[in-house]
Design a protein around this ligand. Sequence first.
Ligand SMILES: Cc1ncc(COP(=O)(O)O)c(C=O)c1O
Length: 368
Amino acid sequence: MTIRPRPEIESLRVSPHGGFHADEWRALGNVIDFSSNVNPFGVSPRVRAALQTAIIERHPDPAATELRDALATRLQLPRDQIIVGNGSLELIRAVAIAYVRASDVALIVGPTFGEYRVAVQVMGARVEDFRARAENDFQLDVDALAARIAELKPCLAFICNPNNPTGVFSAHEQIAQLVDASPETLWVVDEAFIAFAPRPEGFASRKPFGSGNVVIMRSMTKDYAIPGLRLGYALADRDVIAALAKVRAPWSVNALAQAAGLAVLSDDAFLRDTLAKIRAASRELHDAITRLGWRVIPSAVHFFLVEVGDARAFRAMLAQRGCIVRDCASFGLPEFVRVATRTPVENARLIAALEDLRYDSAFSRSTR
Ligand SMILES: Cc1ncc(COP(=O)(O)O)c(C=O)c1O
C-alpha cells in the first residue's frame, strides 16, 4: 500500500510569493527587489541591540506575555484579546484549523493574497471568490459583496485591507456594514499593511469590532521590516483568541522575534520617519511610471499595480535589467505587475530600467 496524504493535500496548489528566490537571484547577481512589500528603509537599530541580549538558552514564553502586554497598552485592548504568531500567516492558518469544517464554504474577497485559499483548502473546504474588477480600479462593490454573503452564508470570509496586491483601501464603515450584516460569518480582516494606509489605526479602533465575528490580522514583518524574524498578531473576542491559542504550535514565536517585537514597539519615531519617507518616495515612483505611459492603479499604500500586457515576459525583461517586480498571474491578473516602492536611489534604478525597456523590441512585442 502506498502512503498518501489526504486528497485535499494531494490536489493543493501552494501559493507563489514575491521576494527572495535563491536560485533565480543567484543566477541574476545583483538585483533590487521591488516584488516584496516590506519597508525598504529597514529596521530600527533597537532591534539589533535586542537580538544580542535575547535569551535563547531556554524556551521562549509560549504566550508571548510581555509582547502582548505592550500591544495591549498600545491598542487599549485586554491581553486576552490578543494572540501573537510566527508571522500573521501562522494565525491565518490557525483560524482555518479552528473554524473550518470540510463541508463548509469560505468566501475570499479578491484578487488578493493567495494564502487564504490555501488555509481553507488544507481543511478540505470549498472556496468562493468575490472579485473586484480592473475596470473599476479594483474598488470594492460593498452592496454586491453583501448580497453574495447573504446568499452564500460562508463560515469564514477574508478581506484584506489595504488589499494586497491592489493597494485599495476600503473605509472602515464599509467593512463594518459587511460584518454587522453577517453575524454567522467569521470575518478575517487582514490589516498586514495598515501602517502604510491613510487610517493606520485600522478596524481595531472600532470597539467592539463586530459581535464576536471578527479577527483582525496584523503583520509586524512589513512596516517594521523584520520578515526574516516572522512576527504578527491577531485581535478578536477572547473566545476566538482562546481557540486560536489551542491550535497554534507552542513556542512558535521564538525568543528573538519576541525581543524584536518589544524593540520595535519602543521606537515609534523610527517607524514614523520611515513611513513618511516611503510615502514621498511612493508618490514620486507612481508619477514617474505614469509619465512613462503605463496605467498605474491608484493605491492607498506604497505598492501598486501596473498594467503591462504580458506580466511574465515583462518581469523577465526587467529582471535582466536588475529589477525584480511581482508578476501578478498567480492573483489571476496576468496583465499586471505589482511594484513595491523602495528607496529613492533604488527607485531611480527602476525608472532607468523601465526607460531602457521601452526601446527593447522584445518588449514591444510582448505588450502588443
Ligand atoms: C496580505 C498579507 N497578509 C499576511 C501576510 C503574511 O505576513 P507575515 O509575514 O506576518 O506572516 C502577507 C505576506 O506577504 C500578506 O501579503
